[in-house]
Ligand binder design. Structure first.
Ligand SMILES: Cc1ncc(COP(=O)(O)O)c(C=O)c1O
Length: 413
């Protein structure tokens, strides 16, 4: 398993870029789904609470399922803001959301079980590999904003154990529409009605780690609000990493049917993937501080959206000028989907660009612009789509990169 595990493509490209930055090169780095704390710091009140929690001596083991105060704060927050009513006993806290996704896979999936997920999507391929699952990857299309549709998923759900969904989606920055998610929920309900009592049900992993980051008229939808009868089958993945720019703070939480959450707790208890106790205490203090949360989210979303819109309108201007590029309106998360349809063209150095990886390297050296091709998320490496992530770049650096992109495209023959 370990020998054939594939490392993160994104981190590989990100490291390449960081090496160049260390050597003094000015690069617009739109690779990593992370934040530059100098541009996007965590909320000041959260930082204060973390420091205070260490000063108060919260340095021993937290309970295996997380501090009661945090599980209470997370359920109150979820009830108030999403209308989802869960009890603190249905919540599991961990060191970020990754261990919770892994624990969901381990709790539900036996080796050889089928896990259905759309591509492009983030890391499901790796969690399938780690759990020995058979990955059933469903290619989505730009016409549907790269979100999976019920029609695309329907032929693959019979006998599957897990359907892994995410909205707003990494890498696309797009979201489920109400109608689309409802239709998918109805498929899951019908599939579970068909199964015999001795068969495993079909579960849904619903990763909504970016749910607070939606723009304009975009609304976040989730399965149990749309179809309450799915409650026993949905594990929600949530946390503060993205929406509070707190990727390094490492506080995530999952909630769902207690029978599954309890098994996940048992698994993670042995792994020891707890969130640090002081950070749990601090998050429990911060989440109920409505003015601080709202103030932070409003400003943060504004800045993220401004960078995404700058990229989107820059690409749309190039498109209007006849360049073979396109982009999808940013709807949520910290990502823009960009199309750069220049494979087959030749660089000034005489290289014919035949994959999006080669095009990525060309753009890093020629435009000093670093993106991640959708091939890092399971899409074919000749599909001309890229993720632009704005958490690590200033607006000024995003603006400065657009003319360089134009020049690099001009240089291709
Ligand atoms: C969709 C999605 N889920 C989960 C995570 C992991 O978040 P965490 O830092 O809380 O482990 C990421 C991080 O990139 C993500 O994009």
């Amino acid at each position: 398993m370990a020998g054939s595990l594939i490392g993160s493509e994104i981190i590989k490209i990100g490291n390449e870029v960081n090496d160049m930055i260390r050597k003094g090169e000015q690069i617009c780095n739109l690779t990593i789904g992370d934040f530059d704390p100098a541009i996007f710091p965590i909320p000041a009140e959260l930082q204060h609470e973390i420091t205070a929690a260490y000063q108060a001596g919260h340095t021993n083991y937290p309970p295996a399922n997380g501090m009661a105060a945090l599980r209470e704060a997370a359920t109150a927050f979820t009830k108030e803001r999403l209308g989802l009513a869960y009890s603190p006993a249905d919540v599991l806290v961990a060191g970020g959301s990754r261990p919770l996704i892994y624990a969901t896979y381990l709790a539900l999936v036996d080796p050889g079980d089928r896990v259905v997920f759309p591509v492009p999507s983030w890391n499901n391929n790796h969690y399938c590999h780690l759990s020995g699952a058979e990955a059933v990857m469903i290619e989505t299309s730009p016409e549907n904003n790269f979100m999976p549709t019920a029609e695309e998923l329907a032929p693959h759900l019979a006998g599957a154990t897990l359907l892994a969904l995410c909205s707003p989606l990494n890498p696309t920055g797009t979201v489920f529409t109400k109608e689309n998610l409802e239709a998918i929920c109805d498929l899951v309900i019908a599939e579970n009605q068909r199964r015999q009592p001795d068969e495993k049900p079909l579960y849904v992993l619903y990763d909504q780690i970016y749910w607070m980051l939606t723009f304009g008229q975009t609304v976040h939808f989730d399965p149990v609000n749309l179809r309450p009868e799915l409650r026993d089958y949905v594990v929600y993945i949530d946390g503060i990493s993205k929406c509070l720019a707190a990727t390094g703070v490492r506080v995530g939480y999952a909630f769902g049917p207690a029978v599954v959450i309890d098994k996940m707790k048992a698994i993670l208890g042995h792994v020891g993937a707890w969130a640090p106790k002081a950070e749990q205490v601090a998050t429990a203090e911060f989440l109920p501080n409505t003015p601080a949360v709202d103030g932070f989210i409003t400003a943060f979303k504004h800045n993220i959206q401004r960078s995404l819109e700058t990229l989107h309108s820059g690409l749309q201007e190039l498109k209007a000028a006849g360049y073979p590029v396109d982009s999808i309106v940013p709807m949520g998360a910290i990502y823009l989907t960009a199309k750069l349809d220049v494979l087959g063209k030749t660089t000034p150095a005489g290289q014919v660009l035949s994959t999006t990886k080669e095009l990525t390297s060309y753009l890093i050296s020629e435009a000093r612009l670093a993106l991640v091709p959708f091939s890092a998320f399971g899409t074919s490496d000749t599909a001309p789509w890229f993720r632009m992530s704005v958490g690590g770049a200033s607006l000024a650096s995003v603006e400065a990169a657009l003319p360089r992109l134009r020049a690099a495209l001009d240089a291709l023959k």
